[in-house]
Design a protein around this ligand. Sequence first.
Ligand code: NDP
Length: 453
Amino acid sequence: MSVSKYVDKVLEKIVEETPGQTEFYQAVEEVLHSLSPLLEAEPKYDDFNILERIVIPERTIIFRVVWLDDAGKIQTNMGYRVEFNSAIGPYKGGLRFHPSVNLGIIKFLGFEQIFKNSLTGLNIGGGKGGSNFDPKGKSENEIMKFCQAFMSELYRHIGETKDIPAGDIGVGARELGYMFGQYKRLTGTFEGILTGKGLNWGGSLVRKEATGFGSVYFAEEMFNKRGDSLKGKLASVSGSGNVATYTIQKLYDMEAIPVTCSDSRGMIYHKSGINLDTLKIIKEVDRKCLSEYAKLHKDATYIPVHQYPEGRNAVWSVPVQAAFPSATQNELNLEDVKTLHKNGCQLICEGANMPSTLAAVDYIVNSDILYGPAKAANAGGVATSQLEMSQNASMQKWSFADVDNKLRTIMKSIFNISYETSKEFNDEGNLVLGANIAGFRKVADSMIDQGAV
Ligand code: NDP
């Protein structure tokens, strides 16, 4: 059977067997199609049925989360943990709390995580979890109650050498703290079962900053390869959470000027540069809406979502040389990318997971825009999670500079392996192909080594 027929057959099978998981199909399609040159060269992956196996999670755990709200009413949510692939190490991947969460979203994230984790060069498998719980508008007490209820089921599935969750959208230090506390209460053990922990109780310096910092390091590698750098460039960033905030911080370190940020309700355009202190106070401390930013900076513009052009994300209409989608999936579509290109954008670096639609990716790959795909560009978070696990296991605490240097070295190495792999398959600079093949090959070869499991 030809490679394209083999890939199409696998895609058809997942649509038939797992209906309604749109985002999951999108992630699988992007990966499988870009593997074609490898599959042509190496028939063993077909012989060992690797594609059919790799698109099915090893284990999917779905559970009920029951908690008491402040009014004393019993509330329910869905909980998920998808343990996708453990060929190269224990399952590792974040937890997302957002009303949009469903099994298809968790599976797309878990599938991406397999290859991302492989690219870091570290021994970590792929997993992801979360809940359709909406933290917005909940009291501190309700957040704690929910986290405790969520961990009351999750605790029996995770472990230091088994499955080690971390944060993602809606899950930061506060939520991880409540979940860690509940794990300890249930098991009577103090173990490194989560990463992104607080600095006083086993966390690593730079973990909070790692995804954003890593994304900017990756962008700098891309520019350097072209004999250029981020210095002096205008940059647009979407989102205003963990990834976006530390992308903005590192862009300033690199002497670039980040001029936008956004949340689910609107965006800020600040021509002279986003004020990092204001942003952190509004989003990290006060947990408020970005409209507050424009009240404090009269030269900044706030555009609410309902005023965005039809079907577009207004963040990408701002003329910049570099764009960093760092909020959520499918936030940058074909029209957005055409606008960025027309306005002189030279680089797109994905801090968020799958932020670009398939049509947008196709356009970028066939243009002169430098493109850092998510599974390579945002791998700094999970890589630093693994550094946290190493410190926990050896009972050490490394300095900020130490961890930051290691992170930068890992991002450089992810760029190099993706770039070199693109060259190996005669498509120099196509990092989608390079990252997918490099990430896949290590996992697939390990699956072959380990037999029919
Ligand atoms: P946060 O919850 O800290 O921030 C998410 C940001 O995106 C917020 O500004 C939020 O706005 C905005 N957002 C979320 N959903 C939507 C939506 N549907 N439409 C518009 N805006 C939205 O999450 P993170 O920063 O941790 O994660 C951001 C992205 O990065 C995700 O794709 C995540 O999977 C990815 N990622 C995160 C890693 C990490 O280490 N945290 C590691 C690798 C990838 P609002 O405040 O209004 O909700």
